[in-house]
Design a protein. Structure first.
Length: 212
């Protein structure tokens, strides 16, 4: 057999100067063996039990998959996935239910808020109306009270005037009676005039009673 050795050319000085920090490349040696007549020998792969390395890898994968199938691993994986899917669906359902409940609660809250606002406005309006009515009633009652007081004062004044007039008349009648009695007594001292005096006194007394 002939051995042919090929040696790569050394790096040029320019390259060595350009890269001072790089170690020089080791020479590459390529050895080729040629059979007589220029025919290369065929490569033989190592086998075990008649199977090459790639065949053993493929066989191992197939056996592993068969073991997984035999152990029902795919069904377990599928069951676990289905369980997770069911849990996710349940969570999504709970979330949707909670969302709907929240929407219902929000709608009820909005309705109650609107109703409370309407009731508050109605209460304020009624309070304003009641206040106006109370003020009007107070004015009316005050006016009526003033009128009653004025009427009572007028009546009391009139009664006082009547009483004063009656007292004046009574006093005048008494004074007139006394004056007439004195005059008659001075003019008529005789006993026979006593009857006339008594009649005059009685007449004056009756007039005084009528004045009262």
């Amino acid at each position: 057999m002939a051995n042919t050795t090929q040696t790569s050319a050394p790096a040029s000085p320019a390259t060595s100067e350009a890269m001072p920090q790089t170690a020089p490349a080791a020479p590459k040696v390529t050895a080729t063996t040629e059979a007589p007549g220029g025919v290369q020998p065929e490569a033989h792969e190592s086998t075990f039990l008649g199977l090459s390395g790639p065949a053993w890898v493929s066989t191992s994968i197939i056996v592993f998959l068969l073991i997984l199938v035999w152990k029902k691993v795919p069904s377990l994986i599928t069951s676990a996935l289905d369980k997770q899917i069911d849990e996710i669906r349940s969570r999504l359902g709970d979330a949707e239910r909670l969302r709907k409940e929240a929407e219902v609660l929000k709608a009820e809250y909005d309705e109650k808020t609107h109703q409370a606002s309407s009731e508050a406005e109605a209460i304020i309006e009624r309070a304003k109306e009641d206040a106006s009515s109370i003020v009007a009633d107070a004015k009316t009652q005050s006016q009526q009270l003033v009128e009653r007081r004025q009427k009572m004062a007028t009546e009391q004044i009139a009664a006082a005037e009547q009483e004063a007039i009656a007292e004046i008349r009574q006093t005048a009648a008494k004074l007139a009676l006394q004056a007439a009695t004195q005059i008659i007594q001075k003019q008529n001292d005789a006993p026979h005039d006593k009857v006339l005096i008594d009649q005059t006194i009685d007449s004056l007394n009756q007039q005084g009673k009528r004045l009262n």
